[in-house]
Design a protein around this ligand. Sequence first.
Ligand SMILES: [Zn+2]
Length: 574
Amino acid sequence: MDLKEEIKNRLNIVNIIGRYVDLKKAGTNYKANCPFHSESTPSFMVSEEMQIFKCFGCNKSGDIFTFLMEMEGIEFKDALNQLGEEAGVDLSKYSFKQNNNKNSIYYEMNETALKFFSYTLLKLPAGKKALNYLKNRGLGEKHIKEFQLGYAPNSWNSLLNYLTKKNYTLEQLNLAGLIKKGSNNYYDVYRGRIIFPLINQGGKIVGFSGRTIINEDPKYINTKDTPIFKKSDYIYNLDKAKTEIRRKKEVMVTEGEFDAITPFIKGIKNIVALKGTAFTTNQAKLLKRYADTAYIFFDSDLAGNLAAVRGIQIAQNLGLDVKVARLPQKYKDPDEAAKQSIDIIYKAIEDSIGAFDYYFEYILKTNDSKEPLDKKKIATFLNPKISSISDPILKSHYIKKLSELLEVEESIIQLEVQETKQNLENIKDTKETIQKKPENGKDALVYLINSDKPIFNKYYKIAKKENLLTEFEKDILEKYKKEVLKDKVSSGVFKKKEGLEDLFLKNTLEKEETSERQEKEIQKILIRRFRETNDKIKKQLSISIKKAEKSHNNSQIKELSKEFNNIMKKEIKF
Ligand SMILES: [Zn+2]
């Protein structure tokens, strides 16, 4: 048996996934709200029998390895190590093939580049100025090592020379975003800059951010998008903060590397930074895996940024409870405030306001609630947000707040909010009907295979005799009888082998049945199919009878009518 199978045999997918999501029993399977996309009714299924998971919302599926890789953002090798250890499998007995992942070359280049940057910062005279700069910002050698900071010397080709000597080609280095092509030559992207390695939640270096210390524009440069890095998906410091975020179910969200680093080293361990001003969908999804609540720190000069407001909405739509933490005006950002005193940060968290209160604050910055035209703008901005609130008490609170603010009657606001909601729901309904087309015609298969042996035998026989099964169903059920009911393979293995996983998981998702209910269901399905078949025959017969009547063929009329009556009398018996 191969290593992967051995580990899978020793562990139970229900236990592994159960650590991350709240699994509820559903028939023979388990279901939960999907950890990979946002939803309010579960479409994420786990089958203990088949040892797989599948989400019918976002279509993610797989085994314990895929789950862990996706959930923790790690590679197969790491998932193997982690699960192997848990299963008590001796991994040293197995030799790993050279990692042939096509992206591994990028990780490798970045790691090698970081060695160069670190060495330059800590060991070379060229790094002296940078080292002093960091010390002035409150970072000692311990912190520099913890965050693996480095320095890119103010030169056009020192990294390039170092890496080409390590046998990387110019083309590879260019694709990794480490060098750039000028009019004649390639040259280093980072020059005279403090280097922050951008590490993903799985601990891999996916890119770099460089802050100038020679007053070059722009202040920060990030790795361009590469096969392993997408700026809009990336979250800084998640590798170090994720354990604490998961423990507290809360995450502090800031904007720049130093805004995460300074509070972190002063004790706020659940802090990250986005490389931009607003949440993107992918960032919010990633954080939702670990946290229920996100506290967002806005720089004071960004407080009126519409992009940031949109980001809040994205995060809220994905199920993150967003709170906005505001620093006193005199502090530019969390880095500055934390350097002064970490208590300022704690105070801002304590005084943070909910997203809805922030929306009010935001729109009132640029609009006057006493001006008629502004009133309209304020209402247009706030109505859809209020209408999205599902809690009735909360909703009525904000309706009241808005009515007082605009000095407009509550009932009018209520009406407007209601209308907005209706419009939004109509759009949603249409979308859902399109998505939820039932997969017809395979119910018989599901119920027969899920039933106990005597029930299976009884109804399978009837269904065959009355010719109520499709060729596909007959084929599968015959195999099922020969393999599973004769104990040659387990039902789980059989379903997987025949590619029936989706069918079975989806069925439990929609219906949870006891064996009695299942028997009733089988009967219902067989009766329905029996009637449908007979109806077709009757229709054909009546057409034939009409034809025979036209041509006054009495003997044929008689024969067909007899047949028709027989069909009418025919019943299916259980
Ligand atoms: Zn999903």
